[in-house]
Design a protein around this ligand. Structure first.
Ligand SMILES: Nc1ncnc2c1ncn2[C@@H]1O[C@H](COP(=O)(O)OP(=O)(O)OP(=O)(O)O)[C@@H](O)[C@H]1O
Ligand SMILES: [Mg+2]
Length: 322
């Protein structure tokens, strides 16, 4: 059940990376540029957007494994940067991440049973408790407990992602942040793993952030969807509103690009043109204006603010204010 209190809240997060380029040595790339969001208790919040728009950077900041340059994160209303040592450990145990690639997420020299139990060990559980929980979680994700002594290379990609999911869930976290958890898997396995994650979400009453390029997957599993473009949120709303009545031209273009999706008001003119620029190259106005089919003068000069309607659907676009 979704409650109306945010379990996790981000306010105006900023994160830049120093990158070398041929033209300017050490230029700053704004990977996350003023992102605020709320993850409600029990909610599945989707994040979509093109490669490089800052989804993984945002996910790592939200999970507490990357520090933002500025902005604040609140866990159950408490400022993360002010948590004491034991409260911080509690947050880290309660917030787990699942990464895209199950091959690099597992230590190849560690037995999978030891990998899965690691978070419990960190949380200070006894050996007996670790063994009981290991059996329980391996069973829950569809892995035989007899395989706990094997090494990752004895498993397929889909099975490895089950191992990663078991590790993320063994310490009964409250929040799971899944960063493209199926995109490295065979299409035939993807639905199985998504269904497993959704079952786990229900059984463990998780609050979840789910990152994916695939808007159709997000529509299926998310309560709300955030659309990111060049480090910022351009639209956020209930999943059905994003898919059926989106308001931002960028979201419109993402939906128009979904193969086989026929809708009345979308056509090929709305598909994205041009390459994704960098945040640094759009120096004024709306960051989407160089690629937008509806650009007006105002869009070149004024940054549109993310403005929320009464239904909670928010969009950063001058067009929707006309
Ligand atoms: N450690 C880093 N050092 C330098 N640049 C980085 C670093 N991590 C990310 N970036 C850059 O920051 C931007 C955002 O990257 P990020 O990985 O968050 O994007 P993404 O939306 O997750 O992309 P993808 O869909 O490909 O996973 C990109 O331009 C990326 O190259
Ligand atoms: Mg990423």
């Amino acid at each position: 059940m979704i409650e109306s209190t945010p379990i996790l809240m981000a306010v105006d997060l900023q994160k830049s990376f120093r990158v070398s380029s041929t033209l300017h040595s050490n230029r700053l790339l704004r990977a996350v540029d003023g992102v605020s969001l709320q993850l409600m208790t029990g909610e599945t919040l989707g994040i979509a957007g093109e490669s490089g728009c800052g989804k993984s950077t945002l996910a790592k900041i939200a999970a507490g494994i990357m520090t933002p340059d500025s902005g604040e994160l609140f866990y159950k209303g408490e400022l993360l940067s002010k948590l004491g040592k034991s409260e911080w450990k509690n947050f880290r145990v309660n917030t787990q991440m699942i990464f895209q690639d199950p091959f690099s997420s597992l230590n190849p020299r560690m037995k999978i049973g030891d990998s899965i139990s690691e978070p419990l060990k960190i949380a200070g559980a006894s050996l007996t408790q670790q063994q009981i929980e290991l059996r329980r979680i391996m069973d829950a994700v569809g892995l035989s407990a007899n395989t706990a002594d094997r090494f990752p290379d004895e498993f397929s990609g889909g099975q490895r992602q089950r191992i990663v999911i078991a590790r993320a869930l063994i310490a009964s976290p409250e929040i799971v942040i899944a960063d493209e958890p199926v995109s490295s898997l065979d299409i035939s396995i993807q639905a199985q793993i998504i269904n497993l994650l959704m079952q786990m979400k229900k059984d463990f009453a998780l609050s979840m952030i789910f990152i994916s390029h695939n808007l159709m997957v997000l529509r299926h599993i998310c309560d709300r969807i955030i659309i990111m473009y060049l480090g910022a949120i351009v639209e956020v709303g209930r999943a059905e509103d994003i898919l059926n009545s989106c308001k931002h031209p960028y979201t419109e273009a993402l939906i128009a690009a979904i193969p086989g999706l026929q809708t009345n008001n979308l056509n090929s003119n709305k598909q994205l043109k041009g390459d994704l620029p960098t945040t640094n190259s759009v120096t004024s106005g709306c960051r989407f204006h160089p690629r937008c089919p509806y650009t007006m003068d105002k869009c070149r000069n004024e940054i549109p603010l993310l403005t929320e309607s009464k239904t909670g659907h928010a969009v950063a676009c001058h067009l929707s204010c006309i």
